[in-house]
Design a protein. Structure first.
Length: 435
């Protein structure tokens, strides 16, 4: 009954806080879900996309052979699937999903499946929830302290929370009014190795978290107190997966446009910053596909002296105004929906909203000529997320009536020369084109 109630509650969840991680050791005899041997896997050349936040589907570029490859009973609504991205070799599809939001420290984690939907594994915060039972377990005693003042209007004033530690089967519901505390015990928590297992409290879409404690099999551990104050964190998770050119790294966006990367093996618990300092408005980026520029990336930046542009940077560097490739608007706080290199590195595509914010279109920038060409000619519609074909000749993109509503969004295709715009499939989001 508790799990059924939690699943009902999950439709209102959209936020978790980060779990800080220790070293990479795993519990004795057990390995975290890892990138498996895929020498026999063949890329499909198909376009992956999301339908209704609940299914990952494939379709051929001619609009035929549509099929579902992955879904989960808990992937729906606000805790559904968010983004998909093929590994460069086309042998695995990464995706961001909130279907394990009740059991993870994040609202959304990165997962991966093969082209046929088999081999599901977790990339961030491994292992999968279903694998907790494979580990030896320990007991954790936790005190929750609500330090919110009763006269302050904050979500923590509600006093009713669900609390969980990563590795436990399910959260516990507790009542902790402002100015009070409560101690609870998690009797069975998987020992996931020599690393801190994060602890989180949530009320609706708000989350309060701490790095947690190291669970030890067969022992009872007193965790540091979990402090609750203020409004907590909103939508704390991993979104918009982007691979580097050889598939050895996968990057993602966290709240506040914090962009980090991780080794996609599933055994890496350390996140690494893509930027030494977060660019203003740098919510979109892409690694170069050219071997000689493998550590270079393009990214968006809202300039302090007016205008919003796209720049080139070496991974781990800081924003340098002199590396600007193009301004996509004279407005300081404009944004793009998506940004992606052309496969040959000759330029890139981006999608952005117009000055009046009543339409969004696709644009192509050529590095050699420094010229920008508008590809789509939409009015009162919006070209949003997109993916370029391996040949560089086509692009598949979201086409919707609004800039942010996922209802009524279809996938269209157009040549990267701006010709032959046509419908690919109805009711689709977040396309990614396999090699």
């Amino acid at each position: 009954m508790l799990q059924k109630n939690l699943c009902l509650l999950a439709t209102g969840l959209i936020a978790f806080f980060s779990m800080f991680c220790g070293n990479k050791d795993t519990a004795a005899g057990i390995q975290a879900s890892t990138q498996s041997n895929d020498s026999a896997v063949r890329p499909t050349g198909a376009i992956a996309f999301i339908r209704d936040g609940a299914e990952i589907r494939l379709i051929d570029s001619n609009g035929k052979n549509e099929r579902m490859i992955w879904t989960h009973p808990d992937a729906k609504g606000l805790v559904g699937i968010h983004d998909v991205a093929w590994r460069p070799d086309g042998k695995e599809l990464a995706f961001s999903s909130s279907h394990e939001a009740l059991f993870s420290v994040y609202e959304a984690d990165l997962f991966a499946v093969r082209p046929d939907g088999s081999g599901l594994r977790k990339i961030t915060n491994a292992p999968l929830h279903e694998d907790f039972k494979k580990y030896k377990s320990g007991s954790i005693t936790l005190t929750i302290r609500n330090e919110q003042y009763t006269f302050q209007a904050a979500q923590s004033s509600a006093g009713v929370f669900f609390v969980n530690i990563f590795g436990a089967d399910a959260p516990q519901q507790v009542t902790v009014p402002p100015g009070s505390s409560k101690t609870i015990v998690f009797k069975t928590v998987a020992d996931l190795g020599k690393r801190a297992q994060g602890i989180v409290a949530f009320f609706g879409k708000y989350r309060w978290s701490m790095p947690g404690t190291d669970v030890e099999a067969g022992k009872s551990i007193k965790a540091p107190d979990l402090i609750i104050r203020g409004d907590g964190e909103d939508r704390f998770g991993t979104y918009r997966p982007v691979w580097n050119r050889d598939g050895s790294r996968i990057s993602f966006r966290m709240p506040g446009c914090l962009v980090e990367w991780i080794n996609p093996s599933g055994n890496d618990y350390d996140f690494h910053p893509v930027f030494a300092k977060i660019p203003t408005g740098g919510c979109h980026w892409d690694w170069s596909p050219i071997p000689s520029m493998k550590d270079q990336l393009i990214y968006t930046q809202n300039s302090e002296d007016g205008g919003s542009g796209i720049y080139l940077m070496k991974e781990g560097g800081e924003h340098d105004p002199s590396t600007r490739l193009t301004f996509f608007t004279d407005l300081q706080n404009q944004f793009v929906y998506d940004l992606e290199w052309l496969p040959d590195g000759s330029g890139f595509l981006y999608s952005t909203i117009n000055t009046f914010r009543d339409a969004g279109n696709l644009f192509r920038y050529d590095i050699k000529t420094r010229q920008t060409k508008q590809l789509t000619q939409l009015q009162s519609e919006f070209a949003r997320k997109f993916s370029i074909s391996p040949s560089g000749k086509w692009v598949v993109y979201e086409r919707g009536k609004t800039d942010d509503d996922d209802e009524g969004v279809d996938l269209w295709m157009i040549g990267t020369d701006g010709r032959r715009d046509h419908l690919l499939v109805k009711n689709g989001l977040s396309p990614s084109w396999s090699r």
